[in-house]
Design a binder for this molecule. Structure first.
Ligand SMILES: [Zn+2]
Ligand SMILES: [Zn+2]
Length: 227
């Protein structure tokens, strides 16, 4: 659907009342905003339990991840889910550009010294013909004028979606190769954050490799109970 939207028209409802970023006010207001989430991993916190903005989730309190903060302003639901899927499975640049605009509307407090895309195994990238995190990271690096680092995925990973937190973490051990020299503060870019296990492993390796802080930034986070 997002391929058909023309510049000047809302990408979500095709009305001609779109702003420069590509959407109308009504559709923007109707998006699933990830408000009141854990600042460290952006896990959505149950509304009743999250009166304060800086409250950490149970996972971050019990077993703190290697990354410091996460930004994922929307939930992976409704129009955002359709947009991410259109981008991922049809390599739609229009959908990708919209995701970048939505990310730039809700940037992290600090972008850091460089961006790093979650790498995809070469066999998987060949099958799909497209690495969506790399595309987002390259576009954000260009727009923000920050360097883009390149990591490699050297282990074929099974679909993470059906695995438990513990299984994900075990699978990811040794999956990535990072550049030899790293800047101090790195922001890892992904399309959807599920449990943060991938970000944790990249952050763990980056901290070992000389970085002093790693953050995550994605357009969306899976809703509560579905990670
Ligand atoms: Zn609209
Ligand atoms: Zn958390």
């Amino acid at each position: 659907m997002f391929k058909k939207a023309l510049p000047g028209y809302c990408a979500f409802c095709l009305s001609p009342r779109a702003n420069i970023e590509g959407w109308c006010d009504a559709c923007y207001a109707g998006l699933e905003h990830n408000r009141g989430a854990c600042p460290r991993c952006q896990e959505p916190l149950a509304a009743l339990k999250a009166p304060e903005h800086d409250r950490l989730c149970g996972h971050c309190l019990a077993d703190p991840p290697a990354f410091t903060a996460t930004r994922a302003a929307f939930l992976y639901e409704g129009a955002i889910k359709a947009l991410v899927r259109d981008f991922k499975f049809h390599a739609s640049p229009r959908a990708g550009t919209l995701l970048v605009e939505l990310m730039l509307k809700h940037p992290p407090l600090e972008v850091g010294d460089a961006l790093l895309a979650v790498p995809m195994h070469p066999a998987r990238a060949r099958e799909r013909g497209f690495n969506q995190a790399q595309w987002l990271a390259a576009e954000l690096a260009r727009r923000l004028d920050v360097p883009l680092l390149k990591a490699k995925c050297v282990k074929r990973l099974p679909t993470q979606r059906t695995l438990s937190r513990r299984q994900r973490a075990a699978n990811l051990k040794g999956a990535f190769e990072l550049p030899e020299s790293l800047p101090a503060h790195i922001t890892v870019i992904d399309d959807v954050i599920t449990t943060g296990a991938t970000g944790h492993e990249l952050a763990r390796q980056a901290l070992r490799g000389g970085a002093t802080r790693v953050d995550l930034w994605a357009p969306a986070r899976t809703p509560l109970g579905r990670s």
